[in-house]
Structures are given as structure tokens and as C-alpha cells.
Ligand binder design. Structure first.
Ligand code: C2E
Ligand code: MG
Ligand code: MG
Ligand code: MG
Length: 287
């Protein structure tokens, strides 16, 4: 009897694993299909300076479902990376973003485009040549592109990262460290990598008004940026109190739901025209 029971347990366990594997396979097939059908799209989240001017936008991937809804990358980005599909999807989306931003940037001289680069893409042997090829195809000004890389991505292959970052910098392309402060890596890499901006991770911003430690860490990151001549950007700014503090501490740029959620390109074009100035004085009197 006990033996039977044991066998049943294994059977259930097996079927759970099998079910998971099948679900994964189904999702992989859907991702391939989505890539072929061009169902991945870019949304854009604007970034602002301390005067309230939009200085650029970050391209964020979305996957449009059959019902029209857009799926955020959380649920599928890991699988895109594991399967290596991230490479072809990234180039597809990068080309699309360049095309969209080309004319927008001609009309708005202070706007730049930020694009997230995953480890799989960075380590791809044709990364630099493909990037340059697309930029030249659209005559996209190099100095108005920013590539966002995480510490984890950079330290996976330090020699390769250094080589690539040096070339990007020689071309005038900006590099920023995304999710800064969460990477558990040595800060000394900042000395060796040419870095243009630090994007302070949103987990620090979220609790900064309640958690003194987070506030102190943010202060330190901003000071470090100032001393190393690196722009500091706060991500995940959701309320006026956070913004006010960040401005007071000398943070250079801001991104978050307070300003705008990630929006479609058409919405971005409107937002650039209508919401150019943020009334910081209004925020101050709210406090
Ligand atoms: P990330 O690059 O750090 O992007 C910021 C994420 O924070 C975005 O999530 C954005 O929607 C969200 N966010 C923005 N403002 C706020 C806020 O005020 N509060 C909160 N709670 N969240 C905010 P999203 O779009 O779901 O993207 C998640 C991550 O997926 C990105 O993190 C990035 O690492 C990755 N990702 C997105 N698009 C791409 C892409 O095209 N290529 C690659 N390689 N990775 C991408
Ligand atoms: Mg990013
Ligand atoms: Mg980030
Ligand atoms: Mg993040």
C-alpha cells in the first residue's frame, strides 16, 4: 500500500513537471510567433530634468495579446533571454525605435532615446556592427542614444564589456547603469567603465520617505555621481514628496509614474508638446 502511495506521489510530481514544461514550451512557441508577426512593441517612458523639461524617453518592450491588451516584460523577458530570442526581438524593436525617434528628435533637439541592452545581446559577436549598421541606416545621431546596462550584465564578461563600452564611447554613444545599487558588484568598475549616467533603482526611491537608510544610500549615490561627473537619474518616482527630496539632494533627472507611465509613441508625441513644464512650485506648496 505504502509503495502504491509512493508511486502515486511520483506520478503526480511527474505530471506537475510535465505540465510546467508544456506550459513553457507553449510560451516559447508563442514568443516565436509573436516575433514573426511583429507583435512586440515599444512603449516609451519620458525622463525629465530638474527644471521639468523632458530630456528623453526609455523604450520599454510590450507584447500585444490577441485581445489587444499589452503584456509587460516581467512574465516573458526571462524566457526571451533563455531561448536567445531576445537578440532578434531586440534588433527588431531597436530598428523600430530608431525609425520613430529619428523625426521626433529632429523636431525636439533635447530629446534622446534610451534602450535596454540585455547580457545576451551585449555578448553577441555582431553587437557593435549591427548597432552601427542600424544607426547609420536611419542617420540616427550617436550622441542622442543611451544604452542602459545593469551591473550584472557588465560584470558577466568584464573584458568584453570594457571593449564594447570603449567603442561605444568613442562613437559618442552614452552608456548608463540601470537598477544601480542592486547589483552587489564592486564600485571600482565605475573607474574602468566609461559611464554617462547612473539610474538609481526604484526600490530605493519607493521607501525613501519612510526608510532613513534608503535615503542615506540615495544621498551617497548622488554624491558619488557628482564627484565622478556622472549624471544621476532616479527611476520609479511616484509622488511629489520623493521628487522634492531628490531635487533637494541634487539628483539630475527623473522618471516615474508621477510624470508619466510608459506610453505609446503617438501619446509620447502629444506629451512632448503639451506637458513640457512640470510645476515644481506647486509640489512644494503641497507639502
Ligand atoms: P527597467 O529598465 O529598470 O525599466 C523600468 C521599469 O519600471 C519598467 O517596467 C517601468 O514600466 C517601471 N516603472 C516606471 N516608472 C515606475 C514607477 O513610478 N513605479 C514603479 N513601480 N515602476 C515603474 P517594465 O516596462 O515592466 O520593464 C521591466 C524590465 O524589463 C525593465 O526594467 C528592463 O530591465 C526590461 N526590459 C524592458 N524592455 C526591454 C527591452 O526592450 N530590452 C531588454 N533587454 N529589456 C527590457
Ligand atoms: Mg532601463
Ligand atoms: Mg531600472
Ligand atoms: Mg528594473
Amino acid at each position: 500500500r505504502a509503495k502504491d502511495k509512493g508511486r502515486n506521489t511520483y506520478a503526480i510530481y511527474d505530471s506537475v513537471i510535465e505540465h510546467k514544461a508544456q506550459a513553457r514550451l507553449k510560451l516559447v512557441n508563442q514568443l516565436h510567433e509573436a516575433q514573426e508577426q511583429g507583435r512586440f512593441e515599444m512603449f516609451y517612458q519620458p525622463r525629465y530634468d530638474a527644471q521639468g523639461h523632458m530630456v528623453g524617453a526609455e523604450a520599454l518592450m510590450r507584447w500585444q495579446q490577441q485581445d489587444g491588451d499589452y503584456l509587460k516584460p516581467k512574465t516573458f523577458i526571462e524566457l526571451l533571454e533563455d531561448t536567445g530570442l531576445i537578440v532578434s526581438v531586440s534588433w527588431q524593436l531597436f530598428r523600430h525605435a530608431c525609425e520613430q525617434f529619428k523625426s521626433l528628435m529632429e523636431r525636439h533637439k533635447n530629446i534622446s532615446l534610451s534602450f535596454n541592452v540585455s547580457a545576451r545581446l551585449l555578448e553577441h559577436p555582431e553587437f557593435l556592427s549591427r548597432l552601427k549598421y542600424i544607426l547609420d541606416e536611419y542617420k540616427f545621431p550617436y550622441d542622442r542614444l543611451e544604452l542602459e546596462l545593469t551591473e550584472q550584465t557588465l560584470i558577466q564578461d568584464v573584458t568584453n564589456s570594457q571593449f564594447i563600452l570603449n567603442q561605444l564611447t568613442a562613437w559618442g554613444i552614452n552608456v548608463s547603469i540601470d537598477d544601480f545599487g542592486t547589483g552587489y558588484s564592486s564600485l571600482s568598475y565605475l573607474k574602468n567603465f566609461p559611464v554617462h549616467a547612473l539610474k538609481i533603482d526604484k526600490s530605493f526611491i519607493r521607501d525613501m520617505n519612510e526608510d532613513k537608510d534608503d535615503l542615506e544610500l540615495i544621498k551617497t549615490m548622488i554624491l558619488m555621481g557628482q564627484n565622478l561627473n556622472i549624471t544621476t537619474v532616479a527611476e520609479g518616482v511616484e509622488n511629489p514628496a520623493q521628487l522634492q527630496q531628490l531635487v533637494a539632494m541634487g539628483c539630475d533627472q527623473f522618471q516615474g509614474y508621477l510624470f508619466s507611465h510608459p506610453i505609446s509613441f503617438t501619446q509620447l508625441e502629444t506629451q512632448i508638446e503639451s506637458l513640457f513644464d512640470i510645476d515644481f512650485s506647486k509640489f512644494k506648496s503641497d507639502q
